[in-house]
Design a protein around this ligand. Structure first.
Ligand SMILES: [Zn+2]
Length: 432
């Protein structure tokens, strides 16, 4: 026996070593369990597209390609074609060995892999899991091809249920690593906006939504992720409504965009609509989220000649002005640190003048909206040029500020608080 104390100490050390090894083993076992569980958990993007069997009029119709003469669909799963006009299926014989089908147009009728088919309105159905690849992108749902009246081009439209459509929007409109409450706010705003546009404009045309910023960006499966699906599932069926005079809920036009940088704008000032007005509110929570060069963007310069050409190309009625030689903001909102103009008068060399919404001016000159990011700026006449200076924010400034929603979520606000801040007077209701 050495010193009793030492032996005890040794025994203690052995015991500790054994304990350590046991814990390491336990951690390893549970880690491998987690790995097995993660591996077995069906990944959302491989799951069946939900509710595909829903009533046709509840599907969202997204315009994927407009006025094209050909496109290519990969054949990855079972696929069937239907002639919508005649109401019967189109034979796919001789195509069994192909990996893709090229759909084109010859003399106003569609062709499949070069073979003419006597069809000008085609539906393409994809078997389980209801996913297809087209031009390098993957989408859920099915396709519709509609040849225009003149037989010179066709539109390609993706039909799919609302919730999987939203999964392809939320992750395209907002980084999927943002706060869960911000992603939920985006999901509810996007769901509401989609139903508003579908109801208001969809009934008069063969599609509901474009897939660009003109409406909201839709990237299909590439935009999906677990966090995005969580936000879509957690808010399933929820939309923003306001109560009409007789108490019936009205679906809000839930406009939103990137960065408002200080204050949002009343919707009727920007768009001139009056049925439902979204009120402007303060918005500073985007300052820490947005990039500094987007919150305050650098000076942008265009020659007067270019501005004139772009305006006349976009609005042929303005030709009576001759060339545009003066742009006068006639309606603007003054805030503590900046001014946002919402309406301008264009004065032409013929002496005539015309009034234009400031958003229309901005997007006519810069259709990408990436240079003149907003009308929260000053317009300077520099002789041969127009300069847009002291610019702030990005987007039309109506409704929800996406960077601001992230800022508020970081500060601990719930999805409901975030939405009520940007859409005062709104409440969360259920889709009709
Ligand atoms: Zn903001």
């Amino acid at each position: 026996m050495l010193f009793p104390g030492v032996e005890e100490n040794l025994a203690g050390r052995t015991k500790k070593a054994v304990q350590t090894w046991v814990s390491v083993l336990l951690v390893l076992v549970s880690l491998s369990g987690l790995v097995i569980w993660l591996e077995c958990r069906p990944r959302e993007r491989d799951r069946l597209t939900p509710q595909m069997a829903g009533a046709r009029d509840t599907l969202i119709r997204v315009l994927l390609l407009h006025n094209v003469e050909r496109f290519r669909v990969q054949i990855t799963n079972e696929l069937s074609l239907r002639d919508v006009g005649k109401g019967h299926s189109v034979s796919l014989k001789d195509l069994g060995h192909l990996h893709h089908i090229d759909i084109g147009l010859v003399r106003g009728r569609l062709t499949l892999a070069g073979h003419p088919i006597d069809v000008d309105h085609l539906e393409i159905h994809f078997g389980p899991p209801g996913i297809f690849s087209m031009e390098g992108e993957r989408f859920r749902g099915q396709l519709e091809v509609i040849v225009d009246g003149a037989g010179t081009a066709f539109d390609v439209i993706n039909h799919l249920p609302l919730e999987p459509y939203l999964a392809g929007v939320v992750g395209a409109e907002m980084p999927s690593y943002w706060e869960p409450e911000a992603l939920k706010a985006q999901a509810i705003a996007s769901r509401t906006y989609c139903l508003y546009i579908k109801e208001r404009f969809g009934r008069h045309r063969s599609w509901d939504m474009s897939r660009t910023q003109a409406h909201q960006v839709y990237r299909g499966i590439a935009a999906e992720s677990a966090t995005v699906w969580d936000a879509v599932h957690a808010t399933r069926g929820q939309i923003l409504v306001t109560d009409g005079r007789d108490g019936t809920p009205i679906v809000l036009p839930t406009y939103y965009s990137s960065i408002w940088a200080g204050h949002t704008e009343d919707s009727n000032r920007v768009f001139g609509e009056a049925s439902v007005v979204l009120r402007g509110v303060e918005c500073w929570s985007c300052e820490d989220v947005a990039k500094a060069t987007q919150f305050n963007w650098p000076e942008v310069i265009y020659s007067k000649q270019e501005v004139s050409q772009r305006l006349l190309a976009r609005y042929p009625a303005l030709r009576e002005l001759g060339a545009v030689h003066e742009i006068v903001p006639i309606r603007q909102s003054e805030y503590d640190h900046f001014t946002r103009f919402t309406q301008v008068r264009l004065v032409g060399t013929t002496g005539r003048s015309s009034v234009l919404r400031a958003e229309d001016l901005r997007l006519a000159i810069d259709p990408s909206g990436r240079r003149i990011k907003s009308t929260g700026c000053r317009l300077e006449d520099r002789g041969e040029h127009w300069a847009f200076v002291q610019g702030r924010g990005w987007g039309h400034a109506v409704g929800m500020c996406q960077c601001g929603a992230q800022g508020l979520a970081r500060a601990g606000l719930s999805v409901q608080d975030i939405l009520v801040h940007y859409y005062p007077g709104a409440r969360i209701g259920r889709r009709p």
